[in-house]
Design a protein around this ligand. Structure first.
Ligand code: DON
Length: 579
């Protein structure tokens, strides 16, 4: 019992750590660029992306370089021990591809692996330690992107990350604070034998040898990570999936009763997939298909909203917020019911993104009343009573556009670093549906399409998205935030298309989120207007406030200036750089 409370404490701190990446700053951070724009959560990474473009690299080279750099400078989410998605659009052919480097379940995974003896979901098991780790995809994904679409040699795009890991980088206030936050987790984990031993290597690397606090200006070195990056630079992804790194991961897994074997690593593949596409008020939406729910649910929501005169409503008035929230409610029910890895069963993407389906939802929305979520999802509800990721956007001088969202899932993933690798491993297994057949009003989903199975990819909400207008890339966007991601992306898109905001206003504007279950409308604190809230409550919405929702580093083309404008989200210390 005491240990349960401790775990809960640890999980709460992990959530807070994730939020520290999203503290409001007042800085306006929009830059226009003619030759290229890179917008990411981190100054080092954005600068590296620009340097690669200046060297003659294209947006894909830059995206891979930024991804490797973030694995060093933004260890809460940047990774090579996690996975993600990349949407790339080419201006000449006007074609787009989706690279899927999502993690997969190891061969030994089973649908009930996170249930205790009584059949209850043991949250800690799926979030902390070796059992939480999915077979990582990032290195294979980056290699695939470079081999197919990059210009520069592989070594050249990894070199800046090796330099940052080997020679260190300067911690800013936010990163120092995040690392100090880890100490609280370590303290709480005392007496929790399992976590102490499983996370020993992690806490060794992410604390100062003398036990003192990190401060702004400290130089942070990651020597083991530098060695792993060098192996990957010299041997390609084979170092990670078959060579020394695979060996070290498998050994650590065996030692700590994890499931991932050398064979699982060797079997991992990144795939190129056909993006999911839709149309919204004359704009083409290109986004991530399964195993993400992101693109499908985003397009479903946009289709529903197209049926309303959104632009004629007050952006943050009760009428618009109600319509948007109800749209989210219905679409997220579909997410819970139908979405999962397409290789393991039929996912009705075509139907969900059809205009007919949107029309049927529109007809169900009551303009005066919030429909209780239990009323529309009765068939899957068992008991009626009853985060870190990062996104970056890049465009180059030729107009190649890249939207990348990748993740360890929770802030700093599973708190596991396989000894000798310096690589933080994800806790992505927690994205599967945990309790087969059990869906409740707290947000636990137990539907079939996303149950655990060997080699299956867990359902994601990551929504890297490119929007095209008249054949030209118009906007690049995406966000972290777990299940809330799709709604963050929706908020940003309608801000631009319906409410005619510039990209910085659109990214900064406050957001709302409804996920069907739990049946609450979440509103960012900044947006609290008592009158509007009362009005929403009188329609039947239960309202909760949150400090910050998402972190949407985006780019948009401005007809006025004829340039791309990059906007770093004010919620984090992001960095938009152009040249
Ligand atoms: O793939 C997903 O949808 C989640 N694992 C993303 C996690 C996340 O965004 C947490 N960050 N705040």
């Amino acid at each position: 019992m005491a240990s349960n409370r401790r775990i809960l404490g640890i999980l709460i701190i992990i959530c807070l750590l994730a939020q520290w990446a999203c503290i409001t700053s007042d800085e306006e951070n929009t830059v226009p660029g003619k030759n290229g724009v890179v917008v990411s959560v981190d100054q080092y990474a954005s600068q590296i992306g620009i340097d690669i473009l200046k060297k003659g690299g294209n947006a894909v080279d830059a995206a891979v370089a930024v991804g490797f750099a973030l694995a060093v400078t933004y260890p809460a989410a940047g990774n090579i021990g996690g996975g993600g998605f990349m949407i790339i659009r080419f201006p000449d052919t006007r074609e787009a591809v989706a690279i899927d480097f999502r993690e997969m379940a190891p061969a030994g995974a089973t649908p009930n692996m996170y249930l205790d003896e009584k059949g209850n979901y043991d949250r800690a098991k799926s979030y902390l330690g070796h059992l939480a780790v999915g077979v990582p995809g990032t290195v294979k994904g980056f290699e695939y992107a470079m081999q197919k679409y990059g210009n520069l040699p592989w070594k050249e795009v990894i070199a800046p990350a090796i330099d940052l890991a080997e020679n260190g980088f300067v911690l800013n206030k936010r990163r120092a604070k995040a690392l100090n936050g880890l100490k609280q987790i370590q303290k709480l984990s005392k007496n929790f034998e399992d976590m102490i031993t499983k996370s020993e290597e992690f806490f060794r690397i992410f604390s100062k040898p003398d036990g003192s606090e990190f401060v702004e200006g400290d130089i942070f070195f990651q020597i083991d990570l530098a060695e792993s990056l060098k192996l990957i630079s010299n041997q390609g992804s084979a170092a990670f999936y078959e060579g020394k790194i695979a060996e070290l991961i498998a050994r650590d897994m065996e030692k700590h009763r994890g499931l991932i074997t050398k064979d699982d690593l060797a079997k991992y593949e990144a795939f190129v997939r056909e993006p999911v596409k839709g149309n919204y008020r004359g704009y083409e939406i290109i986004s991530m298909p399964p195993p993400s729910s992101g693109g499908t649910i985003l397009i479903e929501m946009l289709n529903v909203l197209e049926g309303f005169e959104l632009g004629a409503m007050e952006r943050y008035g009760p009428e618009a917020l109600h319509v948007i929230s109800e749209t989210m409610r219905f679409a997220y029910l579909d997410r819970a019911k139908y979405m999962g890895d397409k290789q393991f069963g039929d996912i009705p993407v075509k139907r969900l993104i059809s205009k007919e389906h949107a029309q049927s939802i529109k007809e169900k929305i009551d303009l005066d009343r919030a429909i209780p979520s239990s009323e529309i999802g009765e068939d899957i509800l068992t008991n009626e009573k009853a985060k870190e990721t990062t996104h970056y956007s890049i465009i180059d001088k030729d107009g190649i556009a890249v939207a990348t969202t990748y993740t360890l899932n929770g802030g700093f993933g599973s708190f596991v670093i396989a000894e000798g690798t310096g690589i933080i491993l994800n806790n992505e297994m927690a994205d599967f549906n945990m309790k087969p057949g059990y869906t409740d009003d707290k947000g636990l989903i137990g539907t079939e399409p996303n149950l655990i199975a060997p080699y299956k990819r867990m359902l994601s909400s990551m929504t890297p998205t490119i929007i095209v207008k008249d054949g030209k890339t118009f906007m690049i966007t995406g966000s972290p935030g777990g299940r809330t991601i799709i709604n963050t992306v929706l908020n940003v898109i309608i801000n631009v298309i319906d409410f005619k905001m510039n990209i910085q206003e659109a990214v900064n504007g406050y957001r709302i989120n409804h996920e069907w279950m739990p049946d609450v409308l979440i509103v960012e604190k900044e947006g609290i207007n008592e009158e509007v809230i009362d009005s929403l409550k009188s329609m039947g919405h239960e309202i909760k406030t949150i400090r910050s929702l998402g972190d949407a580093h985006s780019i948009c083309f401005d007809l006025g200036t004829g340039k791309y404008h990059g906007a770093a989200d004010k919620r984090s210390s992001g960095s938009a750089i152009e040249y």
